[in-house]
Write a protein that binds this ligand. Structure first.
Ligand code: GTP
Length: 392
């Protein structure tokens, strides 16, 4: 039995596979962009495969496996600030054991980008670059929205280039929406020797209809939200949160204004909320609401009906802190879903890694169970055998 969510994933896969499609998301454009990227691989000195640290295997750009040998490739797990720290370390170890040099990155953090630059230079040296060439080019490749353009921009800005060239800094398009990069563009990030980085469009193949992957890609933002149902995604996130340990680190019920930093409390008393203070209060209230719902819940989270009940009560309770109760009843759920997903995607509701390494298999059952409950309604076994959906 297909659920509305799985039907929507099917529709996205069909759109990706369709010859016509819409804009960036049509099959012929994606295939052309993929060909252009793969054609460049023999010409570049190093390939950085950018993945999302929250989904280190689901966000793999599979076509690279055949096109690029592992010694010329580095896996960059970007957005480590949104992932679970200890699982990121395990994933890095796991890939290194498979002979893939791997590093974690927060593309928004200057020190993290400097460390990436150091790794890139060391790798180029190891590949004997510089003995016969004065220019090296590295290529960033990956699925949509993993942060390739952010990395290109920051390498370009932080890399050592001459003062005269600094004045001519270019900017790759960075956007919270997937599929914004349309062309391959080059950015300089070093002089003497000259170093260039190529930013490329994100590639997403029709196989996303493999339901595990589709749900994770959608939650982390690699698939446009308007192609899916935000309400289902928000429920998926709440199920993950309810089964995690994350909320236990949040405030206890007594911890309200007592723990507020003095300046915040002063602003609150005066009724003056600077915009980020307002955000802080909203996050605090959302966490408190979720915490209260889970801690007062008496059901069994391993039971589908109980989990469903808890999620429904959370969505209802969140209408207050997320200011959805002011909207018409038809829009309340979607407002809660949109705002909740935004908070999750900016890391304000904890750090979750959705792909789990082998020695976490017992917890993997949990994730399987969440997907089973939310997406498949009894169809899991069939789907496991049916891992990919034909592109035609
Ligand atoms: N928290 C966090 N956000 C990041 C990081 N890197 C990028 N982002 C955000 O992720 C979103 C996507 O970044 P882009 O650089 O546009 O991603 P892209 O891979 O070029 O996307 P496509 O154009 O779809 O290929 C933007 O909102 C970035 O600000 C990171 O390390 N941490």
């Amino acid at each position: 039995m297909a659920t509305p969510f799985t039907r929507r994933l099917d529709a996205v896969a069909r759109e990706l596979a369709s010859k016509k499609g819409s804009g960036r998301w049509c099959a012929s454009r994606i295939a052309a962009a993929e060909r252009a990227i793969l054609d460049r691989i023999p010409l570049v000195d190093l390939v950085l495969e950018v993945r999302d640290a929250r989904i280190p295997t689901t966000s793999a750009f599979e076509s690279l496996r055949k096109a690029c040998c592992s010694h010329k490739q580095v896996i960059v797990l970007n957005k480590v600030d949104l992932a679970n720290d200890s699982l990121t370390k395990k994933w890095i170890e796991n890939f290194k054991n498979q002979n893939y040099p791997t590093c974690g990155l927060n593309a928004h953090n200057k020190d993290s980008v400097k460390e990436l630059l150091r790794i890139v230079r060391a790798k180029l040296k190891e590949l004997k670059f510089g003995q016969s060439k004065y220019t090296a080019t590295i290529l960033l490749a990956g699925i949509p929205n993993v942060g390739k353009s952010s990395i290109a921009n920051n390498m370009h800005q932080i890399g050592r280039i001459g003062a005269a060239e600094k004045g001519k800094l270019k900017h790759a398009v960075v956007s919270p929406y997937p599929g914004e990069t349309e062309d391959i563009s080059s950015y300089k990030f070093g002089s003497h020797p000259n170093l260039y980085v190529l930013d490329t469009p994100g590639i997403l193949r029709p196989e996303i209809a493999h339901y595990h992957s589709g749900a994770k890609l959608a939650l982390t933002g690699a698939i446009k939200d308007n192609l899916l149902d935000e309400h289902e995604l928000a429920r998926y996130f709440l199920a993950i949160l309810n089964l995690s340990e994350e909320y236990k680190r949040w405030v206890t019920p007594k911890d309200t204004t007592d723990s507020m930093p003095g300046s915040l409390e002063k602003h609150r008393r005066k009724g003056q909320y600077a915009s980020d203070f307002t955000q802080d209060f909203i996050v605090k209230d959302v966490r408190q609401t979720l915490f209260d719902c889970i801690s007062s819940f008496e059901g069994d989270l391993e039971n589908e009906c109980d989990m469903e009940r808890l999620i429904e009560s959370q969505i209802k309770a969140l209408q207050v802190p997320l200011k959805a109760s002011l909207e018409s009843s038809a829009h309340r759920h979607s407002t809660v879903a949109t705002k909740l997903l935004k908070l999750y995607r900016t890391g304000r509701l904890g750090h979750y890694t959705l792909d789990l390494v082998k020695d976490e298999q017992c917890r993997q059952c949990h994730v399987h169970w969440v997907l089973h409950f939310l997406l498949l309604a009894g169809e899991m076994e069939k789907l496991d055998a049916n891992a990919t959906v034909a592109a035609s």
